[in-house]
Design a binder for this molecule. Sequence first.
Ligand code: BDP
Length: 681
Amino acid sequence: MPVNLDYAAWLQATPVALDAKAYPFTQAIVWRTGRRVLDTAAAELCQGIAEAFAVEPKVGEAARLAPCRLYLGLPTDLPGFVANQVSAYVQQVCGDGYVIVPIEGGSLAVVGHVDIGCLYGVFHLLRAIRMAQPLTEPIVQSPHNELRMINHWDNADGTIERGYAGKSLFYRSNTVQFDPVRVRDYARLLASVGINAIAVNNVNVHRVETQFVTDAYLPSLARLADLFRDYGVRIFLSVNFASPVELGDLATADPLDPEVQAWWNSTADRIYRHIPDFGGFLVKADSEFRPGPFTYGRDHADGANMLARSLKPYGGLVIWRCFVYNCLQDWRDRKTDRARAAFDHFVPLDGRFDDNVLLQIKNGPMDFQVREPVSPLFGGLARTNQMLELQITQEYTGQQKHVCYLVPQWKEILDFDTHACGQGSTVARCVSGALFGCAHGGIAGVVNVGDDLNWTGHSFAQANLYGFGRLCWDPSLSVETITDEWVRLTYGDDQDVVSALAYILLASWRTYEDYTAPLGVGWMVNPGHHYGPNVDGYEYSKWGTYHFSDCHGIGVDRTIATGTGYTGQYHEPNRSMYENLETCPDELLLFFHHVPYTHRLRSGKTVIQHIYDTHFGGVEAVEQMRRMWAELADKVDPERHHAVRTRLDVQLQDAIEWRDVINTYFYRKSGIPDRQGRTIF
Ligand code: BDP
C-alpha cells in the first residue's frame, strides 16, 4: 500500500515532536502472547510507539529486563505487584472497557476484562501520546453502548448504495473479493475508535446477496470475518426475509410456519459453522418493496422473533429496522403522513419482541435529512431493545463533495430529551438501554467508506467516521473535543491548521443547511440520486415527502389541532413545544407547521426573508471556508491540500446553484422581494 497521509487517516505514522523520555514505559512491552486480539493490541502498541518516537520498544525476554515497562493484558496476565496496583480501577470497568494506570517506577499498565478492551486501551494510549497528554493519572473507560456498529450498503456486484467513495472493499462481480491488507487496515481504523460490529452487505438484499447465507458464499465471507476478528469486530449479514422462497427451498416465508422456522434454524446452524462468532441478522422488511411478514398477514414481531429464535442458541441478534412506511401513498390523503409511519407500526408491538431482537431506528421520522426532529420512537418504545441508526454516508448532505461535518447533528440527537421517564430521558440513554433497563442497545451508522485511497472521498468526511465511533463509545464527549482530536491526529498540531480546520468543520453542517432546504422542510433534492437542488422533485410523487408550498405559504401541518397529528407522538413537554407555533424551534418550523411567507420566526425575521438570508449567507460561508483553506497552502501537504481545494470549488459552485434555485423559486411563489435588494433570478 503506498504511503499516503489520507490513507493513514487519524492513525498517522509521522514522528511526534516529543521526547520518548516523557513516556518511559514505551521502552518495553510485556504481554502474554498467543491470543489473537491481545497480540493485535501488542503489535499496534509496538508499531505506534516506533512510529511516534522512531525507537522500537523491547519485547519478550529483553522487555523484562528494562527498567520501565508497559504491561498489557487481563488482570490474570499481570505480575502480582502490577495487578495489585490496578485492581481498584479495573473493578470500575464494564464490558469491553479498559484502564490505563501508572505503576510505581515509571511503568504503565493497560488492562481490560477482555482482550478487546486491551486493544481499545492501546488505541487510547497512542492517541494520548500523539496529543501530548501526560498520562500521569489513572484513566478508566467503559463504553456507553454495547453495539457500536457500521452498516455497509455494499452490493455483491461491487457497487455501494449511496456510496460516494468508490467501490466496495468486499465484493466484485458478484463474488466476495477483497484485498486482505486493505480490509485489515479498515478493521484497524474501526477498532481504533471502538467499533465492534459490522453488517457487510446492503439492507436491500438483492438476488445475489440472498445467497450469502448458503455454502456458495459462506466460506469466503468467513475469510472476511476472520480479518475483522483480529480487531474484535464481529460481522452481521443483512438477510432477505423471503430467502426460503427465493432460494427455491420452500413455497412460503410465513414466519409462523414451522417449516420456515426450521429452514432458518438450519441456516443459522450453517452460518455458525463457518463463522462461530457471527453477530446476527440485519433486516429491512416490508419497506420500499422489500419482502416481509405482511405478505402472510403477520406483523414485524412475528417476523423478527422467528429469525431471533434461529439465532438464539448461538447468541446471535436480530436487528430489525424501523424504516417502514408506505412508499406508494396517495399524497392527497393528508392522514398518511410518512413521518408518523414508524411510530404507528412499532409502538403497538412494544413488549412483543424477543430479548435478542433490537429495533434499529433512524434518527428522524423521515430519512436522514439535513434537519429533522428526533424520531418519537425514542421514548415511545419502553419495552424493546433499540438502536439508533445514523447516516455517516452523506446521501442528503452533499455526498462527500461538500464538507458537512455531522458530529454536531448527532450530538444534538443523542442529547435530545424525550421526557419518556421525566427529565433526563435522553436519546443516548434510550439507545444504550440504560433508561428502560434493556438487555441490548447501541448505535449503527451507514458508513461512508469505499475503495478510494482516502477511504471517504472527501478527506474531511473521515472526521464523520471518526466522530461516529467516538460518540458510540461515549455520547457525552463534546463536539469540540472530538473535533480537536480528529484535526490534530489527522492534520497535525500547527495552530493555524487546527483552528482553521475546526472552524470549517464546526460551521459546515449549519452552512449546508443554510443553502439547501430551509427550516426543517427537507427533500428539495433531485429524485433518485438525491444530489443538487430540485424544489418540486418529490412534491408530486408518492413517497410522502412534501413541502406544500403555494403562493400563500409553505410547510407541513403536522399538528394535532389541524394537521396530521404527528406532534401527538411525542411526550410532553415536547408535544406542546412542537404543536404551538410560538414555541416550535425555528429550525423545525416548516416540518411541523404550514405558515405564510410573512410569518415571523422567533429570530424576528419573516420566513421568506430567512430563506433569502440563509441562502446568501450559506454561499458566503462556503467562500470563507475556501479562503481559509487556501491560506493553509504552505502548512498542509500538497496532495491533501489540492484534493480538498478541488472539492471546495465544487461545493461553492453547487452552493450557488442551490441558492439561486431556492431563492428564485420562493421569490416567484411569494412575489415578495428581498429586503436587501440582492439579485434573485
Ligand atoms: C434511503 C436511501 C435508500 C435506502 C433507504 C433505507 O435513499 O437508498 O435503501 O434509505 O434506509 O435513505 O433503507
